[in-house]
Design a protein around this ligand. Structure first.
Ligand code: BGP
Length: 477
């Protein structure tokens, strides 16, 4: 069994986790640049601790990251050597507009991404561009309070217009917001939200979500107008919730927890808030401030495909005692430990069949082509004396997930555009800020404290993935 002709194999990164050069060539400060390494990372990412500037006593992983800004030619050449057909990456908003809404875009920022895309094209690699991957310009957080404010919509659309104008001839595939549902779990990362004392947090989050949904819909329309033939997708942090038992209460809760996440994609794919969402907001006392044209904006801006990240399935229990046993490391989206699954060193449970299930559920729900734009396992690697890196655990994880994906496509008929594994080159972890949590098939000599030569080298998984791509998914050996 293989994947269909033209299947987009590749890998995915995010600007703030790989580029570094956070203040070079006119780049402005972004939300992710002030999220520190260490115990305050979580509270800042969740918008519970206000930190809108850098503090010289702290480490900020995004500032240097793996310095892809200066290594992109070498890195893209390695992707090409693996046989990539597609490279998913994000544009840093503050490289284009340092303050988010400057009078003129930053020419150096525009030139940088043009050069990245041209480099991809040189090797026949199709860029897949995330317009916003966990970055909100700090200046707009100061000015508007981030996505709490409706004026963010215009600022975002203006940023999109510049991207589409500059790169329309080089980029066909776009994603509006990375893991848009993360706004509920990490509001500062997802939407630049810092909660003020006394604020109704649910109201704030759903109002911000409404603004992002409007921005996404307008971006889709604009893309179609400016770049006929372009494909614009939404992006979900996916992973089906399983009921912990077949007790109806558990089954019902699992559905509700899934709905927390599908809320966003239901709007982006179907063009309107589902009835259950309206009722839910009503019951929670959430009153969205909307304008009369919003319904039409959402209706006219539905996405062409649904993309998602998948690391694990999730599990829900209505029994408070069981629910208290959260899976370690899955703290971002809380989930009960599933006793049938093993876990990674970071406690992320491993469930390849859950990927096949998720693909089927998403296709049944949306009837649009799907795209797996993140999947992988963070692990500690050991460099042997001769420089080689043996990572059978990573190969095992990827093999089983690719097999499950192949089954979903070949046996179940799910239309799937591509698979870009997360972090094909080691990058900074989004949740913990560590370098030690590595997803790459390309090793980067850099540790948690920023020490290392930044040299790149090939792990065993590099050669394995090269063979998988060369045989279009047939040889998973
Ligand atoms: C997703 C994000 C990525 C990413 C990945 C792995 O939530 O879209 O940015 O990093 O998860 O997570 P982590 O880096 O925390 O291991």
């Amino acid at each position: 069994m293989k994947m269909p002709e033209g299947f987009l194999w590749g890998g995915a990164t995010a600007a703030n986790q790989c580029e570094g050069a956070y203040n070079e060539d006119g780049r402005g400060l972004s939300s992710v640049d002030v999220v520190p390494f260490g115990p305050d990372r979580g509270p800042v990412a969740r918008g519970e601790l206000k930190m809108l500037a850098c503090d010289s006593r702290r480490i900020y992983p995004s500032h240097r990251a793996i310095d892809l800004y200066h290594h992109y030619k070498e890195d893209i050449a390695l992707f090409a050597e693996m046989g990539f057909k597609c490279y998913r990456m994000s544009v840093a908003w503050t490289r284009i507009f340092p303050h988010g809404d400057d009078a003129e875009p930053n020419a150096a920022g525009i030139a940088f991404y043009r050069s990245v895309f041209e480099e991809c094209r040189k090797y026949g690699i199709e860029p897949l561009v995330t317009i916003c991957h966990f970055d909100t310009p700090i200046a707009l957080i100061q000015k508007y309070g981030g996505w709490k404010d409706r004026r963010m919509v215009d600022a975002f659309v203006r940023y999109c217009r510049v991207l589409f104008e500059a790169y329309g001839s080089l980029v066909r595939y776009w994603l509006t917001f990375n893991e848009i549902n993360m706004l509920l779990h990490m509001p500062f990362m997802g939407a630049g939200i810092v909660f003020e004392p006394g604020e109704d947090r649910e109201q704030v989050k759903y109002q911000a979500a409404h603004h992002e949904l409007l921005a996404s819909a307008r971006a889709v329309r604009l893309a179609h107008q400016m770049m006929p033939g372009s494909m614009v997708g939404c992006m979900l942090a996916a992973g089906q919730f399983y009921p912990y038992t077949c007790a109806p209460q558990d089954v019902y809760l699992a559905m509700e927890r899934d709905r927390d996440n599908y809320f966003f994609i239901d709007v982006q794919a179907n063009g309107e808030y589902p009835l259950w969402a309206r009722k839910r907001m009503e019951r929670a006392g959430i009153a969205l401030q909307t304008e009369p044209e919003d319904a039409q904006t959402l209706r006219e801006g539905t996405v062409d495909f649904v993309s998602f990240s998948y690391y694990s399935s999730r599990c829900a229990s209505a029994d408070p005692e069981i629910a208290a046993r959260h899976a370690r490391g899955n703290a971002v989206v809380s989930s009960v430990v599933n006793p049938y699954l093993k876990a990674s060193e970071w406690g992320w449970q491993i469930d390849p069949l859950g990927l096949r299930l998720t693909l089927n559920v998403l296709y049944d729900r949306y009837r649009k082509p799907l795209f797996i734009v993140e999947n992988g396992m963070g692990a500690t690697d050991t460099v042997e004396a001769d420089g080689s890196i043996h990572d059978p655990y990573r190969i095992d994880y990827m093999r089983e997930h690719i097999r499950a994906m192949r089954d979903a496509v070949n046996l179940d008929g799910v239309p799937l555009l591509g698979y870009t594994c997360w972090g094909p080159i080691d990058i900074v972890s989004a949740s913990t800020g560590e370098m030690k949590k590595r997803y790459g098939m390309i090793y980067v000599d850099l540790d948690n404290d920023g020490a290392g030569t930044m040299a790149r080298s090939r792990k065993d998984s590099f050669y394995w993935y090269q063979k998988v791509i060369a045989t279009n998914g047939e040889d998973l050996g």
